[in-house]
Ligand binder design. Structure first.
Ligand SMILES: Cc1ncc(COP(=O)(O)O)c(C=O)c1O
Length: 337
């Protein structure tokens, strides 16, 4: 693939050779199929189109200096997809099917794995959709599971540099007893207008507050929030945020580094007291936050726009080193293929 500019890749879609698909009919999954089509043909009354009965995942494979390909914690993505499926009445995708699809799609698109030195990676997008026709609001009886890959660069365009975040009370992403903890499309539709507002005003993303009281931090656009204070890694506990696999991993790494960790409600009044704050997720690993503007209260909190804080940088380097096979994988997070 000599004409791909690997080190300049956006976080976007690029056509690859193949994707894989599997159909759920009569209460069971069929055989995994290979397709070179970028389109799908579905019923006009499919539940995914009308009632948002769909779930997706996002995970990455990395080329190491040793020439090995590593996939990071796919079992957690498979588990989260199961949780999402149960949350909106879709059938489970078994681990074996998830793994088979993942290994097949990476094998079929090997030349799209970015070289190690580019810092880019291969992003997997598993998707589970209701394809059966319904007009009343109820779950479909047929489903499709598909997985495609696309090579991606860093999600946040500024790379590992601090970004500005906006707190807004104008929008909620998810309701307290809603679907915020599942990775389902409706949550992302609900976030589009607020993310656009943030982008239009020069911010990297939005910090959502809890919808009930607007007093506590939920998450940062498509990433979880964390803060560092007094050698402690602090991250919000909330029913309406997506359980981030990156966040879960950073908690473990922080403990390995001898830090304390706390998953608890994080009040907005605590923000000025934090030494470092950041957003974390598969796309960026960590996006350090240099400034938070609470537009309604006309308050600006500064953490330094010049460079990331030392703890964030250490955590970022440690996680990346595990993903690229440069540090021992003591927690068995990577699957080498
Ligand atoms: C809403 C939301 N929060 C958090 C995350 C981060 O999760 P993970 O670390 O598993 O990518 C994502 C991305 O998947 C997301 O979409």
């Amino acid at each position: 693939m000599e004409n791909i500019n690997w080190s300049n890749l956006p976080f976007g879609y690029m056509k690859t050779n193949y994707n894989v698909r599997c159909y759920y009919r009569d209460g069971k999954w069929g055989k995994l199929e290979i397709s070179s089509e970028e389109t799908i043909n579905i019923h006009i009354a499919a539940t995914c189109l009308h009632y948002g009965q769909q779930s997706f995942e996002g995970l990455k494979a990395f080329y190491g200096k040793d020439g090995k390909i590593r996939i990071f914690r796919w079992e957690e993505n498979a588990k989260r997809m199961r949780d999402s499926a149960r949350g909106i009445l879709m059938p489970d995708v078994p681990d074996e099917l998830f793994k088979e699809a993942m290994l097949k799609v990476v094998e079929l698109n090997r030349e799209f794995l970015p070289p190690q030195e580019s810092g880019a990676s291969l992003y997997f997008r598993p998707l589970l959709i209701g394809t059966g026709a319904q007009v009343g609001v109820k779950a479909a009886d047929e489903y499709m599971f598909l997985m495609f890959v696309t090579p991606v660069g860093p999600y946040f365009k500024a790379g590992f540099k601090p970004v500005k975040m906006l707190i807004t009370r104008e929008y909620d992403r998810a309701a307290p007893l809603g679907t915020g903890r599942y990775k389902v499309g409706g949550n992302y539709a609900a976030s589009l207008a607020s993310i656009k507002k943030a982008h239009d005003e020069g911010f990297a993303n939005v910090i959502y507050l809890d919808a009930r009281t607007k007093q506590y931090i939920d998450e940062c656009g498509p990433a979880n929030f964390f803060a560092i204070k007094d050698n402690t890694y602090i991250t919000p506990k909330s029913e309406s945020i997506l359980p981030s696999i990156t966040n879960m991993s950073l908690i473990t790494l922080a403990e390995d580094m001898g830090m304390k960790t706390e998953r608890r409600p994080v009040h907005i009044d605590e923000l000025p007291s934090f030494e470092e704050v950041g957003a974390c997720g598969t796309a960026a690993v960590i996006s350090p936050i240099g400034m938070i503007v609470d537009a309604d209260k006309e308050v600006t909190m500064e953490y330094g726009m010049e460079k990331a804080g030392p703890v964030s940088e250490k955590l970022y380097n440690k996680l990346r080193a595990i993903q690229y096979g440069e540090e021992k994988d003591i927690h068995n997070w990577v699957t080498v293929i």
